[in-house]
Every structure is written in C-alpha cells, then in structure tokens.
Design a protein around this ligand. Structure first.
Ligand code: MRU
Length: 369
C-alpha cells in the first residue's frame, strides 16, 4: 500500500491548471468547476489580464505563472508593432526604445488585474529582467528567450511545491485531521499545490490523513475546487461550511491547520483568503498548530507589515450569490474584501521550499531568503 502511494507521488497531475501551447495559454476555467471542466484560451496580454481579473485562473502562484505568459504576449505584441513583416532584424536603438515603452504600457495592464498576490508582480519582474537582458538580440532570439523564461518559471513552480510538500510532511502526524481553507492546491499553482502539496506528501507517505475542506465563502474555492482536486487524487476529504470550523476544533476533531498565502510581509504577517485570520484565532484558542505553506516568491520584504498590503475589494454580486444563483436582494449594500491579515504571532511556522521558518518574525524571514 505504502509503496503504491509513494509511486503515485511523482506521477503527472491528472489535470492541467495552465498549459502553454506556443501560440496560446490554456487555462482550466475555475469559475465553472466542479460542474463543468471547460478551458479558456488566451492569445494576448489582454486575454491573460482578463482571465486573472475574472478568476478563470486564481491562487497566487498560478496567477504568477499566467502573468509570465501574459508578459510573453506583451513582448510579442510589441515586436510585431515595430516589425510587422517579421524581418527578424536586430532592432535599431529607436526600435528598442519603442519596444520597451510598448511593453511597459502593456505590463501595467497585467499588474493591475489583481492587486494582492505578490507572485504576479514577482513573475512580471522576472520576465522583464529576461526581456531587458535580451533586448539587443535579434527578433527571434528575444522572443524565444523570454518565452523560455516563462516556461522555466512554470516548471520550477511544481518543483518548489514538491519541496514545500516534503518539508511540510514532517509536521503532519499519522492519521492527522487537517483543516484547510480556500484552495492552495494544484489548481492554485502550476501543479501539486502548497498547502495541498503538504497534504499530498503526507497522504503519499501513507499517513492515513483526512482533510477537512472549509467551503470558503463567498467564492467557494474550498467547496468547489479543493474537494474536486482531492477527490481526483482519492485523498479522503470532508466538506464543512466555514462556521463549523470552531466547533470541530473545540471538539478536538482537527489536529492541524494548513493554509496558503497571497503575500507575506517582512514581519511575517500573512495575507490570505478572507476568513484565514478567523481560523488562526480559533486555532490559537484551541492550541492547534497553524501552518502557512508558501513559496519564497510569496514573501515580500519590501512591505513591512500586513496592514501595508492592498486588500482587493471585489464585486458585491459575489456575496449576493454565485453564478446564476442569487440569495440576497440585488439592492443590498455589500462589503467584499477578498483577503485578510493573519498576524505573524498566530502562525506556528511558514513552510517554504527551503524549509520551515519558525518562529515567524522578520529576522528569521530575512535569514531564510
Ligand atoms: O482569490 P483567490 O482564489 O485567488 O485566493 C487564493 C488564496 O487565497 C490562496 O490561499 C493563496 O493564493 C495561496 S494559493 C497556493
């Protein structure tokens, strides 16, 4: 049994969150899951920005990967503007300046698509670095090297998540009941997941764990996405509504909480899906370890504290209903902050690809990067 599970650990994911086809980026449409498995194809920088904004693709690392390919389109579109006949020339100084300025304008569109997850800006600046490094090369080489960088970023994400998973596994007891929130899984990354990477590693190590997926109002990432991907991997999962978490923790039915992150400030405060803070308080009250699994690319040392991070406010219709279902009066005023701030002192450890950070404070964070 254990050997069987161990061999499953390294197999290919049975679905692809994002797939690059050279001419376009294909995204599984996360708004439609679990009822429909449909795909959206992006052929331009604008298509990618819209897919991020409208939550076709979501989850900090997946947003970063999508934005990387969005940047590839920015570069292609800019090159095409100055060299429409594709003569594949080495550009003149004037052409280079035009390309840089076009890319700069287009990249702003990507950066504005969602403000909170730092992986978006991280991926765009990594791609921009590669773009500027290759700007003196000819048309073909420039486009090729920027594309290569995005492909590398995508495959590195899966490797990073597997490392997070194996470090996190050391924190998970046999037969643990693990509470998770939102979706920090393969759907939120290029594959394997961060919080669900820890779950996967513990499961594939034969620990007989059970996951409690909290539904995650209002966008229901826990109910729709986390349960869908865990069922696909045959990992035992029980769905609960958000208001059941405290009761279960208090009854000692949860051993450990593992969540993901959208941005970690320099002092260790974590911004993650709205409701994460509440869970951290409940975990502290009930003396349950509370872990945050995240790649180093989610740590933003340029932001001092969680309160300095811009929290995205989303449309009120997401709280009034979901899809075609509406359960509140259309005219009711709605507040819809998409994320909240968990203070660093509520977090037992950060789980990164380089190991554990605990206690979570600025000194340990700086030393770990
Ligand atoms: O609004 P979303 O669905 O993009 O929010 C996602 C989360 O909050 C995740 O927990 C976070 O991005 C980590 S994903 C590995």
């Amino acid at each position: 049994m254990e050997n069987n599970l161990e061999s499953l650990k390294n197999r290919e994911q049975n679905f692809k969150t994002l797939q690059w086809f050279g001419s376009h980026l294909e995204l599984i449409d996360q708004r439609k899951l679990p009822t429909k498995e449909e795909f959206v194809r992006c052929f331009s920088c604008e298509d990618v920005a819209l897919a991020i904004k409208e939550m076709v693709v979501r989850g900090a690392p997946a947003i970063g990967c999508a934005a990387a390919f969005g940047f590839v389109f920015c570069v292609r579109e800019a090159i095409c503007k100055v060299d429409p006949t594709e003569k594949k020339i080495v550009f003149s100084r004037k052409d280079i300046e035009t390309i840089i300025s076009l890319v700069k304008t287009k990249k702003e569109r990507l950066l504005k698509s969602r403000p909170t997850a730092v992986n978006l800006a991280w991926a765009v600046s990594r791609l921009e670095f590669s773009f500027l490094k290759n700007i003196e090369k000819n048309h073909e080489e420039l486009a090729h090297n920027v594309e290569r960088e995005a492909i590398d970023l995508l495959s590195e994400d899966v490797k990073v998540n597997r490392l997070i998973g194996s470090f996190g596994n050391s924190l998970i007891p046999e037969k643990a009941k693990i509470l998770t929130y939102c979706n920090a899984g393969a759907l939120a990354t290029a594959g394997y997941g961060t919080a669900l990477g820890v779950v996967r590693s513990a499961h594939f190590a034969g620990k007989e764990i059970e996951v409690f997926a909290s539904e995650t109002r209002p966008f229901l990432q826990g109910a729709r996405l986390t349960t869908w991907e865990l069922l696909k991997d045959e990992i035992p999962v029980t769905l609960i509504s958000d208001n059941m978490c405290g009761y279960l923790m208090n009854k000692k039915e949860i051993d450990v909480v593992v969540v993901g992150a959208d941005r970690v400030a320099a002092n260790g405060d974590v911004v993650n899906k709205i409701g994460t803070y509440t869970l951290s308080v409940l975990a502290k009250e009930n003396r349950i370890p509370f872990f945050v699994a995240c790649p180093l690319s989610t740590i933003d040392l340029s932001t001092d504290r969680g309160v300095d991070i811009v929290i995205e406010e989303r449309c009120g219709s997401e709280v009034r209903g979901y899809d075609s279902q509406v359960w509140a009066p259309n005219e009711v005023r709605v507040s819809n902050p998409a994320f909240d701030i968990t203070p660093h002192h509520n977090i037992s450890a950060l789980i990164t690809e380089k190991g554990l950070i605990s206690p979570v404070n600025s000194r340990n964070l700086i030393n770990s990067i």
